[in-house]
Design a protein around this ligand. Structure first.
Ligand SMILES: Nc1ncnc2c1ncn2[C@@H]1O[C@H](COP(=O)(O)OP(=O)(O)OP(=O)(O)O)[C@@H](O)[C@H]1O
Ligand SMILES: [Mg+2]
Length: 576
């Protein structure tokens, strides 16, 4: 009789619900032989005598008690003298805390509106119980293309009871952030996401995409594997690696017809005349525009005087001959200086303002044209221009693009120049994606940024560089997902990222974080349960908390992320 009670459907009872449960949490006392079996993160069900409800819950804490070891208890003096208590007769028990996730129904989880009763039986959750949380048949082992399996639910990694941890990419036109301290596994997680996108074959995304085009700002060379071995990401017909001229990567050759190596050449026309002016002046003043308003105003009106530019730079027209090509104009630095001198003589600009603007423009030219050669003589010669965006986001033929900002691809390139490139590329994408939407075309792109704090710095606490990339990132973050332009940010210091950008993230994969960042993380994610907060500071590499809209579960879960494919990156240096 007793044993029958303890088993249902071959499952062994774990224990009994204790008094004073609530609808959202409960305690249970495990049976003696189950004490060693239970662990934090484990899912259990409570088969309640209360209307026959089945609650799904998660073990969030385990406490062991022994009356002889209570503070100031009867055995305290004996302990003090070094006498061990007679353990075999002591009153010992274990209590497990449960977070009640919901009531299981054939339709899935529903909010509980009454607590379980004391004495209700607790069982380990079976695959069947958990099935209702997934949107497909788990036993088939076939994950529908719409989901990316980034790993397993923590504690459910074994062959017998394996639960996939999923990101719902129907919601990828959402923004997500991967955060955690150095070495906590962020790049592995992002790499895993990209590999899973690169392995997709089903077509069930808007616009008829089989997978989502991706562009990565690769700060440390974590994703160069995919250039080395495009077979790791088969769904992309090409992996394009873009690097700065003059870098070590000049000596590298691609090994595969699917891998393309190109120099970074941006199209300055992606920016408005006033954005170009702001960039030039801000770079000259190391990011600070205060006190440079006259210079900014003058340069801005200079670059906005289209009629004059057309007349003075007759060869600097874009292909269709209607628009001024600012790439060309910036390349013609001597003519630019000459015109500013003219303005000075005609008293159109104060002499000291003219001086400063000439120096600022010359500095910009020196850096972007002469030193790094990233602004071509004409927009048509840019690598990253309108055609490029059309090509990489083509639904029939999506591509993976790596902006190689590693020491190999950006040898000796300052952060300012990298920020300029990111800002420019984002401005181009924003412009293109707005146009797609107006044309009624469905396009998608996931834009991944490693070291996101360097491109959208919260200048209150992290004053670096200038703010062009940050401004455009904020626009993409607030409006981009309406157009199918999504962000995947990776950062060690979430509090160093611009709070506006951070607040627009709606999915978080949180690896181990520093205690000082817990409060911030909890706030931006919209609040995390206390037991998760406590756990965040001591998680092993690859363990993460997944929360937000791409999480198929309606509550934060612990995920053990799978390792990326093993492929050691090594450059092939051309020694000819
Ligand atoms: N899912 C995982 N499972 C097991 N080990 C992992 C996992 N993810 C990462 N690791 C281990 O942790 C190391 C660091 O991982 P990773 O480079 O992804 O960390 P990171 O957070 O990107 O670090 P950084 O801030 O320095 O860039 C890896 O080399 C690997 O050994
Ligand atoms: Mg990393």
């Amino acid at each position: 009789m007793e044993n029958e009670l303890r088993q249902i459907g071959g499952r062994k009872q774990l224990g009994y619900v204790l008094s004073r449960s609530r609808s959202d949490y409960a305690y249970f006392q495990p049976l003696k032989e189950m004490e060693a079996l239970i662990k934090e993160g484990m899912f259990v069900v409570i088969i309640s005598r209360n209307e026959g409800l089945t609650y799904l819950a998660e073990i969030t804490g385990i406490s062991h008690y022994n009356e002889y070891y209570e503070k100031g208890e009867i055995w305290a003096e004996a302990l003090r003298e070094g006498f061990p208590p007679p353990d075999e007769i002591s009153r010992r028990y274990t209590v497990a805390a449960l977070r009640i996730l919901g009531v299981l129904t054939p339709q899935g989880l529903r909010n509980p509106d009454k607590p379980p009763l004391p004495g209700d039986l607790v069982y380990p959750a079976s695959l069947n119980d958990l099935q209702s949380l997934y949107h497909y048949d788990l036993s088939s082992g076939q994950t529908p293309a719409r989901f990316i399996e980034i790993g397993k639910i923590y504690g459910y990694e074994s062959e017998e009871l394996k639960l996939p941890a999923l990101l719902d990419t129907n919601n990828i036109n959402m923004h997500f952030a991967v955060i955690g301290t150095t070495g906590s596994g962020k790049s592995n997680t992002m790499g895993r996401i990209i590999e899973m996108l690169g392995a997709r074959s089903g077509i069930d995304l808007p616009g008829g995409y089989k997978t989502i085009p991706v562009m990565i700002v690769d700060a440390n060379g974590d994703y160069l594997d995919y250039f080395e071995n495009p077979e790791l990401v088969k769904s992309y017909s090409k992996v394009k690696r873009l690097y700065f001229e003059g870098s070590e990567a000049d000596n590298i050759r691609s090994q595969s017809s699917k891998a393309e190596l190109k120099r970074i050449k941006i199209d300055l026309n992606a920016l408005s005349p006033s954005e170009i002016s702001e960039t030039i002046i801000a770079i000259y003043h190391s990011g600070k525009l205060e006190g440079a308003e006259l210079q900014l105003n003058y340069l801005s009106s200079f670059l906005s005087d289209i009629e004059r530019l057309k007349e003075q730079f007759p060869l600097c027209m874009s292909n269709n001959n209607y628009e001024v090509d600012y790439n060309c104009i910036i390349n013609k630095i001597d003519k630019l200086k000459e015109l500013i001198e003219e303005d000075r003589k005609a008293n159109k600009v104060h002499s000291s303002t003219a001086d400063a603007v000439i120096r600022a423009v010359a500095n910009f030219h020196e850096l972007m044209v002469k030193k790094h050669n990233i602004i071509p003589s004409h927009g048509a010669n840019a690598e990253i221009n309108d055609d490029f965006v059309d090509d990489i986001t083509n639904p029939k033929d999506p591509k993976l693009v790596i902006l190689d900002f590693s020491t190999e691809g950006a040898t000796g390139v300052d952060l300012t120049v990298k920020q300029f490139v990111v800002g420019n590329v984002l401005a181009l994408l924003f412009k293109k994606f707005t146009a797609y939407r107006i044309q009624g075309v469905n396009r998608l792109l996931l834009f991944v940024i490693e070291e996101a704090q360097n491109y959208a710095p919260n200048t209150q606490v992290y004053p670096i560089g200038f703010s062009l990339a940050k401004k455009i990132l904020a626009s993409v973050a607030t409006q981009g997902r309406k157009f199918g332009l999504c962000l995947g940010l990776v950062t060690q210091r979430p509090s160093y990222v611009d709070p506006i950008v951070m607040s627009m993230m709606n999915t978080f994969i949180i690896h181990r974080v520093a205690p000082g960042d817990i409060k911030f993380v909890s706030t931006v994610t919209g609040g995390l349960p206390k037991y998760i907060e406590r756990r965040l500071t001591y998680m092993e590499p690859g363990l993460a908390v997944l929360t937000g809209q791409m999480n198929v579960f309606p509550y934060p879960i612990f995920v053990k992320v799978d390792r990326r494919e093993k492929h050691k990156y090594s450059s092939i240096v051309n020694n000819e």
